[in-house]
Design a protein around this ligand. Structure first.
Ligand code: TLP
Length: 346
C-alpha cells in the first residue's frame, strides 16, 4: 500500500502470496459443491475452530445473518449486546429479513455481558412474549474498543445458554485476534458455541470473505439462508485461495499487529494535546484536547492531504479518532504516523 491507512483493518490489501494463490486457484461451481478450493477452505476452517462444518460467505454481516436465519424462526427474540455489531451496524438484517426481535443487554467495559442481565432477558413461557431463542456474543468486541473476551467467560455463557435451552452464536469477526491476545488455541475460545462467524478480510488480509462454522445440520440450513440472500457463489475458489493463506499464514502473526498498536499508542501518548483513551488488541482510540485549535475533521484532513495518512473519526463517538493496525502497518509506518501527528498538532 503506498499510503498509511489506519481507518480499519478492513482496508488491508491482499498479500503478494494471496495474489499468487488467487491467480493459480483451482475452481469449480460452488453451488454444485464443485469448487475444490472453497471445499478446502471450509474443511480447514471447521477443523481449526473445532466444529463439524463450515460455509464460505461474502462478509461478516452475511455470516451473522445466515446464522440467525438458520437458528431462529420469525418472531423469536435474541439476546444481544446493546453495542454489538449485529445490533448496531448490520442494517437490522435480523429484523428486516428474519423477523427477529433483538432484546438488548448492556455490554460492560470488559466486553462481557453480566450473567444476571442475560438471565433477566429470557422471556418467560408466556403467550404475550416472543420466544427467546439465542444469545449472541462478540469477540473481539468492536465498540468496546477491540477488547477480547476469554475462553473462561465464553464457557460460562455457553453453560448458561445450554442450561436454559438457548443457542449461542459468536460474532467472531476478529476471533483470531482474541486467540492471539490470550495465547490460546482459537478452538478453546469457541468451544461451547453452536456457531461462529469469523472474517478473513480484516486483520487476516484476504480481499473478500468470512466463514460461518457449526454443526453439519446447522450449516445445511445456513447454506439455504445464504442462497436466499443471494450469497451462493460460483467459481469462488479465486477468493477462497486467499482465505486459505489467511487461515494458514496470517493468524500467527496477528500478535505483531497488537504489539504495533501498543508502540503506536505509546508514541502518540507523548504528543501534547492528544489523549489515548484505549488500546486493546489492534485497536487504538484517542481524543484531542479542546484547545488544540483543530476540529477532528480538520485534523484528519491535514493528515490525509499533507502526509498521505488516513484516519477516521469514530462513528460511535464523534469526539474520538479510531485507529487499527494491520499487516501493512509496519514500524516505519508507525514512526511516520507519530511524527506527522506531532507536526499537525504543533
Ligand atoms: N466492522 C467494520 C465496520 O462495519 C464498522 C469495521 O471497520 O470494523 N462483526 C464485527 C465485530 C465487525 O467489526 C464487522 C465489520 C462485522 C461483523 C461485519 O463484517 P463485514 O464488514 O465483513 O460485513
Amino acid at each position: 500500500m503506498d499510503y498509511i491507512d489506519l481507518r480499519s483493518d478492513t482496508v488491508s490489501h491482499p498479500t503478494p502470496l494471496m495474489r499468487e494463490a488467487m491467480a493459480k486457484a483451482a475452481v469449480g461451481d460452488d453451488v454444485y459443491h464443485d469448487d475444490p478450493t472453497v471445499n478446502q477452505l471450509e474443511a480447514d476452517a471447521a477443523n481449526m475452530l473445532g466444529k463439524e462444518a463450515a460455509v464460505f460467505v461474502t462478509s461478516g454481516t452475511q455470516g451473522n445473518l445466515c446464522a440467525l436465519l438458520a437458528h431462529c424462526q420469525r418472531g423469536d427474540s435474541i439476546i444481544v449486546g446493546d453495542s454489538s455489531h449485529i445490533f448496531r451496524y448490520e442494517q437490522g438484517g435480523m429484523a428486516q429479513f428474519g423477523g427477529l426481535i433483538p432484546h438488548t443487554v448492556p455490554v460492560q467495559a470488559d466486553a462481557t455481558i453480566g450473567l444476571a442481565d442475560l438471565r433477566n432477558a429470557i422471556n418467560p413461557d408466556d403467550e404475550h412474549k416472543p420466544v427467546t431463542r439465542l444469545v449472541a456474543l462478540e469477540n473481539t468486541h468492536n465498540m468496546a474498543g477491540g477488547v477480547p473476551i476469554s475462553a473462561e467467560y465464553t464457557a460460562k455463557v455457553a453453560e448458561f445458554a445450554r442450561s436454559h435451552g438457548l443457542i449461542l452464536h459468536i460474532d467472531g469477526a476478529r476471533i483470531f485476534n482474541a486467540a492471539a491476545a490470550y495465547s490460546v488455541d482459537v478452538k478453546d475460545l469457541v468451544a461451547g458455541a453452536d456457531s461462529v462467524t469469523f472474517c478473513l478480510s480484516k486483520g487476516l488480509c484476504a480481499p473478500v470473505g468470512s466463514v460461518l462454522v457449526g454443526s453439519q445440520d446447522f450449516i445445511r440450513r445456513a447454506r439455504r439462508a445464504r442462497k436466499a440472500l443471494g450469497g451462493s457463489l460460483r467459481q469462488a475458489g479465486v477468493m477462497a485461495a486467499a482465505g486459505l493463506i489467511a487461515l494458514h499464514e496470517m493468524t500467527d502473526r496477528l500478535i505483531e499487529d497488537h504489539q504495533n498498536a501498543q508502540t503506536l499508542a505509546e508514541g502518540l501518548s507523548e504528543i501534547q494535546g492528544l489523549h489515548i483513551q484505549g488500546q486493546n488488541t489492534n485497536f487504538i482510540f484517542f481524543s484531542l484536547a479542546p484547545d488544540i485549535g483543530l476540529t477532528l475533521d480538520e485534523f484528519v484532513c491535514a493528515l490525509r492531504e499533507e502526509y498521505n495518512i488516513r484516519m477516521s473519526p469514530y462513528s460511535g463517538e464523534k469526539s474520538l479518532i479510531r485507529l487499527r493496525t494491520h499487516y501493512w502497518i509496519d514500524q516505519a509506518a508507525i514512526a511516520k504516523t507519530v511524527s506527522a501527528v506531532s507536526a499537525v498538532l504543533s
